[in-house]
Design a protein around this ligand. Structure first.
Ligand code: SIN
Length: 518
């Protein structure tokens, strides 16, 4: 039991949504037809990965495109591990989700009156919509928030980190949230709970993700017995800004789509030596090539260059341009130093096609969930669409859970590893990052196991995040160790080939704690 400040007041709602990104808000809109919805966010409502997503939303809506082509591109990117049913749902329901979003006020970039579809690497058609050039996630979040705000049944609560799920009679019956202002834990009872907590990029030293992306949803689901899976598949984005003291801001793939070149420290182009598609090769290939080039030259970064085209970058990518300029880089005039950074988790809390987990009353959607839609590697620009399609689906079926009057079970012990967050992020970067080996993964697991676990006197957000990060890094390392092959975003230098024996999903739950493949 937690040795902490007494639990204070409690709240009760019909539906609890944890996370205020695209998946959470889209679910809330469905749920509000059937009862009261409380959406809780760990930070301000704006601080989600959705808000930071620059790179667009893929959808088969243009005259030259077909749903079946979007489907085959997604499956090809997933490297043998996509769930065909999950992909079909994504591509078939995607166009309707986008049309309704436009009706709710989302403004995507247009050419005249027609939607403007951009071409991106690994897409066989131009199908990626953007908003204000490079603020797509922000625009979608704005439209969804505006829609939510117009619905009386939806309430938001910011700065309320969910520390643990509340269980009653073996079912999810709410959550314990840390009220940041008072430091008190607030029990929130609900008929059922949706985890839409986003990703886990902060587990790594370098990431494009915001500070909130610490894998909280996956860790909380695992602690309460839900199956989690495919956690070894972490996608690294090739081009995050690398300026000392600045966050690793994403420099969208769309820059390379518009002709930006990658140059090594000597100022030479190198990607054509690694892949026939050069800068437009799949992003895991580009990321690994950058690392190889940095190793070869003993450099700390490479460069991304789209200079010399007048004011093109300023006009086409205003947010990227302004951010780089704040750090002394005028992209219209000069190349930016970049390196790969953790970007997206393909794995998560295992769900069916409707967001149901194997714990009654517990649902998951968006990056926190693992429907199998991304397989071993996500096709760029599929994640905002996933959030909307699967958020809406979860919202539709959560109403089937009637809730329980069983007594609340005590929350799990609040044990936190005695280790520094920066050390943890450095170890996962070096041992469970872009290139992995059995030796390195075993070293990481041993380090994590060595950290003494302390019962903290007080629950704080930082301690809760450290606990989640430690648990999820351990699960990533163990899953990566068990997968003795290279596939998609998972690269083992000691098992460089793909193996048919591993054309399976990894699964783990706390009751047996073994990594299984099915
Ligand atoms: C990007 O714009 O490069 C990122 C888009 C994505 O990850 O889907």
């Amino acid at each position: 039991m937690w040795g902490i400040k007494a639990l204070t007041d409690s709240l009760r709602t019909d539906f609890l949504v944890v996370g205020a990104g695209v998946a959470g808000m889209r679910a809330a809109i469905e749920l509000a037809r059937h009862g009261e919805v409380l959406v809780v966010a760990k930070d301000s409502l704006k601080e989600s990965s959705s808000e930071y997503a620059q790179g667009g939303v893929a959808v088969a809506l243009s005259d030259e495109d077909e749903v079946s082509l979007h489907e085959s591109d997604t499956i090809a990117a997933g490297d043998g591990l996509c769930s065909a049913d999950a992909v079909r749902v994504l591509v078939e329901e995607g166009p309707e989700r986008i049309q309704e979003l436009i009706e709710w006020g989302a403004e995507f970039d247009r050419e005249g009156s027609k939607l403007l579809f951009a071409r991106e690497a690994a897409h066989s058609r131009s199908r990626v919509l953007h908003a204000h050039g490079d603020s797509t996630g922000r625009e979608i979040s704005r439209a969804l928030y505006q829609k939510c705000a117009s619905i009386a049944n939806i309430e938001f609560r910011s700065f309320s980190a969910v520390v643990d799920l509340m269980m009653a009679g073996g079912r999810a019956a709410g959550a314990y949230a840390l009220d940041e202002a008072s430091g008190a834990l607030l029990p929130i009872r609900a008929r059922c709970v949706l985890l839409a907590t986003g990703g886990m990029g902060r587990l790594y030293r370098d990431t494009t993700n915001p500070d909130v992306a610490t894998g909280d949803g996956v860790a909380a689901a695992y602690r309460c017995g839900a199956t989690v899976g495919d956690l070894e598949f972490v996608q690294f984005h090739p081009t995050a800004l690398h300026v000392e003291g600045a966050p690793r801001f994403l420099l969208s793939e769309a820059l390379r789509g518009e002709g930006a070149l990658l140059l090594n420290a000597s100022g030479e182009r190198f990607m054509q030596r690694y892949h026939p598609m050069a800068e437009l090769a799949p992003r895991d290939v580009v990321s690994r090539s950058i690392v190889e080039e940095m190793r070869r030259e003993n450099s700390r970064h490479v460069y991304l260059d789209l200079s010399g085209r007048g004011s093109f970058v300023r006009e086409r990518f205003p947010r990227i341009y302004e951010t780089c300029l704040r750090h002394g880089i005028d992209l219209d005039q000069m190349a930016a130093p970049v390196l790969p950074a953790a970007h997206y988790a393909m794995g998560g809390v295992v769900t069916d096609l409707w967001g149901r987990t194997d714990i009654m009353g517990l649902y998951a959607a968006g990056e926190a969930a693992c429907t199998g839609v991304h397989g071993a590697n996500r096709l760029a620009s599929n994640s905002l669409l996933e959030g909307m399609v699967y958020g809406a689906r979860a919202g539709r079926v959560m109403t089937e859970t009637a809730g329980t009057s069983a007594a609340m079970e005590p929350p799990p012990e609040f044990l936190v590893p005695d280790m520094g967050v920066d050390d943890l992020r450095w170890w996962s970067w070096t041992e469970a990052g872009l290139l992995r080996s059995g030796e390195g993964l075993n070293r990481l697991i041993a380090r994590l196991n060595r950290a003494p676990m302390e019962q903290r006197a007080r629950v704080t957000r930082a301690a809760a995040e450290l606990r989640a990060m430690h648990q999820v890094v351990m699960l990533i390392a163990r899953s990566a160790l068990a997968r003795e092959e290279s596939r998609g975003a998972h690269r083992r230098i000691d098992y460089p080939e793909r193996s048919d024996a591993f054309r399976k999903h990894s699964r783990v739950r706390s009751s047996s704690d073994e990594i299984n493949f099915s």
